[in-house]
Write a protein that binds this ligand. Structure first.
Ligand code: ATP
Ligand code: LTN
Length: 337
């Protein structure tokens, strides 16, 4: 008998088109996206519906969506191998999101730390979407029968909830959804702010706190020179007592492939100035080629449009199939006669 071709496992991940993508997004998520593209069947989405849980300028949001897609492509994602698309253009995300809302408890959502952080940050707009955000994320993942989700450490709690929802749904209706696993980078799952290394680097924080993927070399160098360290001079990995230095070491380790011990042996005793410049060299050598690709790709609007349309169509085909199944299980009216 002929051997059956092995069906590839499915990957889904999303990034919000809010502000400028950072080095944290790159190391925590984007870099893994392209590393996994050959072995898995991948969907990578620009999750614009998640972005509107915080008030956005409409013209800016539209631009940020295209910019994010161009960064996906510039970082090495092949649009033939992967499905790259805008979340809001596949309406089944919202449809499944609603259904899963009915299988999620208020108590579970109130425990989400991102909700607590974001509602403290946007106290004037604590809307219901911000509260149910993790349910839409669960819908994103389950809509494609996803097995693996590459994310940074800050999304672990949301993924756990998606797993709980999948298990709850399966317990009621039979094995509908695979229970998705997280895929976290070994180093750099949580890159910290350059100005407050006890908090995660976030693209919605002030400029000097993060390195943007599109920051020019002189800006990168300046931001790293000003990064908060400590009054000691040792280059050793001690996240508790030396969070600033530990963060810079993580960045270098993640990008260069060197171990913490190698980085320490090379720079300990040379002073923070020399070490920071070496980190800058390393970051620039990774980001500069991406920036060049970005300039080329973002000038080609017709190409971006083509990727957008093809991604949307391919994603929608899978989403439609899942919804036929889910609607049937839950008892909603069939879509076809
Ligand atoms: P915002 O600041 O607007 O909340 P964000 O950068 O935290 O944005 P996303 O754009 O949605 O959030 O993040 C996309 C991916 O990047 C997620 O997988 C997230 O875990 C990862 N990520 C975000 N920040 C970091 C970081 N500092 N270190 C590692 N991974 C990160
Ligand atoms: N919640 C994530 C972005 C996100 C996502 C997803 C990640 C939305 N849907 C599905 C992985 C899978 C964030 O805020 N970083």
């Amino acid at each position: 008998m002929e051997a059956q071709p092995q069906v590839k496992q499915r990957i889904f991940s999303g990034i919000q088109p809010t502000g400028n993508l950072t080095l944290g997004n790159y190391i925590g998520a984007l870099r893994n996206f392209s590393a996994l593209q050959n072995e898995y069947d991948c969907l990578y989405s620009i999750v614009d519906m998640h972005a509107i849980t915080v008030r956005q300028n409409p013209a800016e949001l539209r631009k940020a969506c295209l910019r994010t897609m161009a960064i996906f492509l510039a970082s090495g994602l092949d649009p033939e191998k992967n499905i790259i698309y805008f979340q809001s253009q596949v309406s089944q995300h919202a449809e499944l999101g609603w259904i899963l809302n009915c299988f999620t408890y208020m108590g579970e959502l109130s425990r989400m730390t991102q909700f607590k952080d974001k509602s403290a940050k946007h106290a004037d707009n604590i809307n219901a979407g911000l509260f149910t955000y993790p349910v839409l994320m669960a819908a994103d993942i389950l809509l494609y029968m996803t097995n693996l989700v590459p994310i940074g450490a800050d999304q672990k709690q949301h993924l756990e909830l998606a797993r709980d929802i999948a298990q709850r749904f399966n317990a009621l209706y039979g094995d509908v959804f695979p229970v998705p696993e997280g895929y976290f980078p070994k180093v750099g799952a949580r890159i910290m702010s350059l100005q407050d290394p006890t908090r995660k680097m976030s693209k919605s924080d002030p400029e000097e706190c993060y390195i943007a993927i599109l920051d020019k070399p002189d800006v990168i160098r300046k931001k790293l020179r000003r990064a908060v360290t400590d009054s000691d001079t040792r280059v050793v990995f001690d996240p508790e007592n030396k969070p600033g230095v530990a963060n810079l070491m993580s960045i270098m380790t993640a990008l260069s492939g060197k171990t913490m011990d190698e980085v320490s042996a090379e720079y300990d005793g040379k002073g923070y100035g020399v070490f920071k410049d070496a980190v800058a060299d390393c970051v620039i050598s990774v980001l500069e080629p991406i920036q060049n690709e970005y300039d080329r790709i973002s000038a080609d609007k017709a190409y971006l449009e083509q990727v957008m349309v093809s991604g949307r169509e391919r994603a929608a085909r899978i989403a439609y199939k899942t919804m036929l199944k889910v609607r049937k299980k839950v008892g909603l009216a069939a879509l076809t006669l």
